[in-house]
Design a protein around this ligand. Structure first.
Ligand SMILES: [Zn+2]
Ligand SMILES: [Zn+2]
Length: 350
């Protein structure tokens, strides 16, 4: 191997690094550098950081400070196995001192360096927060139910799904995934959303978890930068029936168990499993809700029949023993009054 002379110390060496032998090179080596003062622009509403002409959510203020320091930190290209430790310390809500420790391997030698910088915080309102406060919206979701008014429980379930979807979309970078207004009206709820894409995701998610359907219609709002601007109305319909509803479907008495794309349930008289598409339920009538069923005394069990007291007349009537029935004489059981007369309903086993 050719050897050469280090121009600085005069020693023989096989390889020069930036024109010096290894030990002369490492003597003056600077592993990491950072400016004395850094600036971070953050939103006073949501703590998003303005970086490379975009607002980005990282989490909290300390995360913004750490990212700001990390982005400004220069580390020598020859460093390998780099470990960086950044500790922000708040001096005031507008000023952070940041301590940085860098460990790395350079030419198989361990290097350790500590740096200090400060991050000055500038607060502004981001694009999203200024749009929320200005009531901006691209889409309206009208939450309704078919042939009835949505209940409070359902509205709460919808809101939980909506907040889930919005959080997911916000994390994916859709900064218009927010609700700028919501109105409770007699028939349901109207929600004003910043992003029509997020509104569409919400409707799909509610339909797949709670059943029902949605349709959308666009209205032209005008033109902006040569593009037509539309506002989209999503008309979301929750299904007519809910789990626990007992319905008369073409003469069969069915308890609904699950309502999503398909409806499943049980025939209360035969115990047979019931499956249908929600369109098939057109014309079905709500008979009762399981939670509202009256209870009455089971007087006796005789083979496949049971004797109960009619909860209205207090007369003893003979009913067919329901499938999956394990109540004992003298106990209370639920009954449902239908066009065919009283039907005994077994308590849910699970
Ligand atoms: Zn040298
Ligand atoms: Zn904001």
């Amino acid at each position: 191997m050719n050897s050469t002379i280090c121009p600085r110390c005069g020693n023989q060496t096989h390889k020069l690094f930036e024109g010096r032998c290894k030990s002369c090179f490492l003597e003056n080596f600077v592993l990491a550098e950072i400016a004395q003062v850094l600036h971070a622009k953050i939103c006073s509403g949501c703590e998003a950081r303005y970086v490379k002409s975009k607002w980005v959510n990282y989490g909290g203020l300390e995360d913004v400070v750490v990212h700001t320091a990390e982005d400004a930190l220069f580390i020598h290209a020859m460093a390998e196995d780099i470990e960086i430790y950044i500790e922000p310390r708040a001096r005031t809500p507008y000023l952070y001192r940041v301590h940085i420790v860098v460990d790395a391997l350079v030419l198989d030698e361990m290097f350790h360096q500590e740096l200090e910088t400060e991050v000055r915080i500038l607060r502004e309102s981001c694009d999203m927060c200024s749009r929320i406060s200005g009531g901006y919206f691209e889409a309206i979701i009208q939450v309704r139910a078919t042939n009835r008014i949505p209940g409070d429980d359902e509205k709460q379930e919808c809101m939980a799904i909506i907040n889930d979807v919005l959080e997911r979309m916000l994390n994916k970078g859709d900064r218009l995934a927010f609700i700028s207004n919501s109105l409770d009206i007699r028939e349901g709820t109207d929600l004003y959303l910043g992003s029509s894409n997020a509104a569409r995701h919400i409707c799909k998610e509610i339909n797949s978890r709670m059943g029902g359907s949605f349709s959308e219609s666009a209205t032209l709002q005008g033109r902006k930068d040569g593009k037509d601007m539309y506002r989209i109305t999503f008309s979301l319909r929750l299904p007519e029936f809910m789990p626990g509803d007992i319905i008369d479907h073409r003469g069969r008495i069915i308890e609904i168990r699950r309502f999503s794309k398909n409806v499943t349930g049980n025939d209360l008289e035969t115990g047979a499993r019931f499956t249908a598409s929600s369109d098939d339920l057109t014309g079905a009538v709500l008979v009762a809700k399981r939670k509202d069923l009256p209870r009455t005394t089971l007087v006796a069990i005789e083979n496949n029949d049971i004797l109960v007291l009619d909860p209205e007349t207090y007369e003893t009537v003979t009913l067919k023993k329901p499938p999956m029935f394990n109540a004992s004489e003298g106990s209370d059981i639920a009954v449902v009054r239908t066009e065919k007369g009283l039907i005994a309903v077994a308590d849910m086993t699970r």
